[in-house]
Design a protein around this ligand. Structure first.
Ligand code: URA
Length: 209
């Protein structure tokens, strides 16, 4: 079974508590998602492989570490995932960015993919798939199906708030994918919102409500 990890860093927890408040403005919400995205990237990149290289400092030759050159891609699930991209890019500026867009079919209530735009060498990349909310897990499962269809297998799913229902569904569908969240909330309500959650992340990020 995949690993589900709540990232307990105090800065993440503090900023997430502000983010949840209903009076937070669009501007503040966007800034906080950006900052938390950056802090999550710090934790999620903890196990990136390093290699030894020889360099010269002004004083002596030295053997030091550098990232092994493993190529990264950040893939936001549209639209709310976009809010996390810039924060992650602040730490990993050379990462490529792909996009996966989905809408919810009004009849089946299931997510339907309408856009997949990925780096051509996506199969060779370590992917951070990002979406602030892991609610039912439907979008994340479909996005990972889509990435795996393109032979991408090295995927970490990164969200801010997860519902137990979404974690379970995602782990059952994709037991090989590790999940990182800033919080595990209580449950999903009858409208599909995470409780207590933070509302509709897309609307709050883009000021559309
Ligand atoms: N998507 C959101 O933006 N918020 C929720 O609570 C659930 C899904």
């Amino acid at each position: 079974m995949s690993n589900f990890q709540v990232v307990e860093h105090p800065l993440i927890q503090h900023k997430l508590s502000i983010l949840r408040r209903k009076e937070v403005s669009t501007k503040e919400f966007r800034e906080l998602v950006d900052e938390i995205g950056m802090l999550m990237a710090y934790e999620v990149s903890r196990d990136l492989p390093l290699e030894d290289i020889e360099i010269e400092t002004p004083v002596a030759k030295a053997t030091v570490k550098q990232l092994q050159g493993k190529k990264l891609a950040i893939v936001p699930i549209l639209r709310a995932g976009i809010g996390m991209v810039d924060g992650i890019l602040k730490l990993i500026p050379a990462a490529r960015v792909g996009h996966i867009g989905m809408y919810r079919d009004e009849e089946t209530l299931k997510p339907v993919e309408y856009l997949v735009k990925l780096p051509t060498d996506i199969a060779d990349r370590q992917i951070f798939l990002v979406d602030p909310m892991l609610a039912t897990g439907g979008s994340a499962i479909l996005a990972i199906d889509s990435l795996k269809k393109r032979n991408a297998n090295n995927i970490k799913f990164v969200c801010l708030v997860a519902a137990p229902e979404g974690v379970k569904a995602l782990q059952e569908a994709h037991p090989d994918i590790d999940i990182y969240a800033a919080a595990l909330d209580d449950h999903l309500n009858e409208h599909g919102y995470i409780v207590p959650g933070l509302g509709d992340a897309g609307d709050r990020l883009f000021g559309t409500k």
